[in-house]
Design a protein. Structure first.
Length: 545
């Protein structure tokens, strides 16, 4: 069996793979353009802000990042955090709120660079997996609740997410027929198109079909000219207000940050929220994309975090929304044959050329089409997370539901915080209370480490006792990362009391990376355990005689 040749990087990689990377970059541009605009509008920012993010995420971040085929740009996961910042800091003034938020994005970018420089990317593992799933599902529900009304052409009365969800039946009854026809068509197309088995559906991305179809319908209904029409005895109106609006030229549309609220408590909260969510999602996405990369390359997480931070600091200065690594576009990038980081670069370059040369076409895209597309994005965030977690048992599902509820009823940080508290309480009830484990067991995982040479290969054995959970795994992770790549690593869990789901998933990822680099990895003692949830990667309580 022939060995896979890993593509060269940077200029050598461009020379070697420019054809496939340009083609993939162009396809991703077609997918990204409507998403960049839609995500910006949903975030409460100008449409141009999303395009700028795609440009910077492609042209700048691609060349300095630690990943290879990951696509950077605005993503649905940050919609809620950016919108919350604009609304809370602006206190009703969207323009001023966006300028304050640009300052938030700039500071957040600086923090991400500092985190990457001091190699703090590993801190992402401190967040329990189930809580992250709950946060993402909550974000998906918030996106659906806010965008479905726009897709139907209705201005909702409610302000809270729960009120917006309860108001959906009313919006369905009172929807604007012309506007909602485009919005509902968008939802149906985005849901059904990937299921079609025709050859051209693999070559032509659904967002491109959506843009062409929605512009055609909009031109037939003549949205560009304000007018009223009657449908089933009721009068409705359409106008250019239902279409994307861009500034007359690129430079006149650039907005700049207002740092006057930098020292306020609310500013600090928004910085923390955007930094936390953006960093977590980027690191999780990079990890997911590494699993899809046919060449088994591994992202340098800290360098990648620095690249995101540098790009976000630039976006904060010129009027863009923050970028993260985006999993759907990255997956499509790999499926389209991308070999190197240049596909991400070309996707950003095509976005820049588009906003310069085809601005008039972009301004014909109906907002309801973009909202319909985002409703599907929200569904794809929420439903898989729900289905994934429901299989892991009652304990994990309870943490998930609590996180989702408090995320949509309060905000992201409250949801994550209470989710972590519930997880800690469940550990306390399951293991800590009956087994008499002390607070010291939370500080660091307790283990005895030994090393030996066997058949010319270094063997490192960790013998554990106590508990190994999301709170103390960080220290073990640092130890594991310091071991040479060709070593055999053995984790002996025979005397361990508890290992949780978050740790099991992280160890599974470490095993994949370590084996790809030529090492060996083994966990012993799980045969004496019972799962706290379900599946091979579930958290486990080790039974002792």
């Amino acid at each position: 069996m022939s060995e896979i040749t890993i593509p060269k990087d940077y200029l050598e990689g461009l020379k070697e793979n420019w054809k496939t990377d340009i083609l993939s970059g162009f396809t991703i541009f077609l997918i990204a353009m409507p998403l960049c605009i839609g995500i910006a509008i949903a975030s409460g920012a100008p449409p141009l802000a999303g395009i700028l993010s795609g440009i910077v995420g492609g042209i700048i971040a691609s060349l300095i990042s630690g990943s290879y085929v990951t696509i950077n740009g605005p993503a649905a996961g940050l919609i809620v955090a950016v919108l919350s910042s604009i609304e809370s800091l602006g206190e009703g003034d969207r323009i001023l709120g966006f300028q304050y938020t640009l300052a938030v994005i700039f500071v957040s970018g600086i923090l991400q660079m500092i985190m990457g420089y001091f190699r703090l990317g590993k801190f992402a593992i401190l967040f329990p997996t189930t809580v992250i799933h709950g946060m993402l599902a909550g974000i998906g529900l918030i996106i659906i609740a806010k965008q479905i009304h726009i897709a139907l052409g209705v201005v909702p009365i409610g302000k809270s997410v729960i009120d917006l969800i309860l108001e959906i039946p009313s919006s369905l009854i009172n929807m604007n027929p012309y506007v909602s026809f485009i919005g509902i068509t968008s939802i149906v197309l985005m849901l059904l198109y990937p299921k079609l088995k025709w050859k051209f559906t693999k070559k032509i991305p659904a967002p491109l079909i959506l843009v062409i179809l929605s512009i055609s319908i909009e031109m037939y209904f003549n949205f560009a000219q304000e007018h009223t029409y009657t449908f089933w005895g009721k009068e409705y109106s359409v106008s250019s207000l239902y279409l994307v609006s861009l500034p007359s030229d690129l430079f006149s549309g650039l907005m700049h940050p207002d740092f006057s609220k930098t020292l306020t408590g609310q500013f600090g909260i928004e910085v923390f929220a955007i930094t936390m969510i953006g960093s977590l999602e980027s690191l999780l996405t990079a990890n997911a994309v590494d699993k899809l990369d046919p060449y088994k390359r591994t992202t340098d997480m800290n360098r990648d975090l620095m690249a995101k931070g540098f790009s976000n600091s630039i976006l904060g200065l010129i009027g863009g929304i923050p970028i993260i690594a985006e999993v759907v576009r990255s997956s499509a990038n790999i499926d389209n044959g991308a070999k190197t980081r240049w596909s991400n670069f070309f996707h950003g370059l095509f976005l820049l050329l588009a906003v310069i040369f085809i601005k008039d076409i972009i301004e014909k895209v109906p907002l309801s089409a973009l909202s319909g597309m985002l409703v599907v994005v929200g569904l794809r965030l929420a439903i898989p997370e729900f289905l994934k977690t429901i299989k892991t048992g009652f304990d994990q599902f309870l943490i998930f539901i609590v996180t989702v509820y408090f995320t949509i009823s309060h905000d992201l940080l409250v949801g994550v915080g209470i989710g972590i508290l519930v997880k800690g309480l469940i550990h306390f009830i399951n293991v800590i209370l009956p087994d008499g484990i002390t607070i010291n067991d939370f500080a660091r995982p307790a283990y005895k480490k030994s090393e030996k040479e066997e058949d010319g290969k270094k063997e490192v054995i960790f013998q554990f006792h106590g508990i190994l959970i999301f709170l103390n795994y960080f220290f073990l992770k640092m130890e594991l990362d310091s071991i040479s790549e060709d070593s055999k690593i053995i984790l002996d869990f025979n005397k361990l009391r508890l290992v949780d789901l978050t740790v099991m998933e992280n160890l599974h990822d470490f095993e994949r990376i370590h084996k790809n680099k030529g090492g060996e990895f083994e966990i012993r003692g799980l045969e004496n355990s019972r799962t706290l949830a379900g599946g091979m990667l579930s958290g486990r309580k080790i039974e002792h005689s």
